[in-house]
Write a protein that binds this ligand. Structure first.
Ligand SMILES: Cc1cc2nc3c(=O)[nH]c(=O)nc-3n(C[C@H](O)[C@H](O)[C@H](O)COP(=O)(O)O)c2cc1C
Length: 183
């Protein structure tokens, strides 16, 4: 069977981001036949339609091409003020514009980490709403909302909590299954 490629995007830019750490952990939990590449958002400028009409800036074009080339996308979102981050919304807005909207028809998994108990639950649903509006197919079923992050990662940012590893691995299986059905 052909390799299933997953593009992983974190909504947090900080070096010690727990959301980025969750994506790194996902890369270690993949089943055979799948690969995962992290794509950073640090160079994505603020959305400006005047700029877009003159041509996508290089970092935006690179993101759009990476999304288009991947079989699936895995997004880890932090929760900022009971929503997902502006960094992520800005990137999604760039990706949603013509001539092609590369997330349309794509399998997308949503995961998230927070220090509090709710594990980005509110951000999750707002993000899913936006992804659905963009025509993405969001993985249904059990969700990976990782709360109490201080107890789930070690000081090096490694995901050490076994239950979370299992939830994440199961989510990856479902994301890959959805991507293969949509292929
Ligand atoms: C602007 C801002 C708003 C935040 N609002 C929330 C929130 O509404 N709910 C929550 O659980 N955590 C909130 N937090 C805390 C984040 O969950 C925490 O900083 C988390 O570690 C961010 O993810 P990261 O580790 O991937 O950077 C907020 C943090 C920032 C910077």
């Amino acid at each position: 069977m052909a390799m299933t490629t997953i593009l992983a995007i974190s909504g947090s830019l900080r070096r010690q981001s727990t959301n980025t750490a969750l994506l790194r952990a996902a890369g270690q939990l993949l089943p055979a036949g799948a690969s995962l590449i992290l794509h950073g958002l640090a160079d994505i400028p603020m959305y400006d339609d005047d700029v877009r009409q003159q041509g996508y800036p290089a970092p935006v074009e690179a993101l759009r091409r990476a999304v288009a080339a991947a079989d699936a996308v895995l997004i880890a979102t932090p929760e900022y003020n009971r929503s997902f981050s502006g960094v992520l919304k800005n990137a999604l807005d760039w990706v949603s514009r013509p001539p092609a909207a590369p997330l349309a028809g794509k399998a997308v998994g949503v995961v998230g980490v927070s220090p509090g108990a709710l594990g980005t639950g509110v951000a999750h649903y707002q993000l899913k709403h936006v992804l659905t509006a963009m025509g993405a197919f969001v993985v249904p079923g059990a969700e990976v909302m990782v709360g109490h992050s201080a107890q789930k990662f070690d000081t090096e940012g490694r995901l050490t909590d076994e239950a979370t590893q299992k939830f994440l691995a199961a989510h990856l299986e479902r994301l890959i299954d959805l991507a293969r059905r949509l292929r």
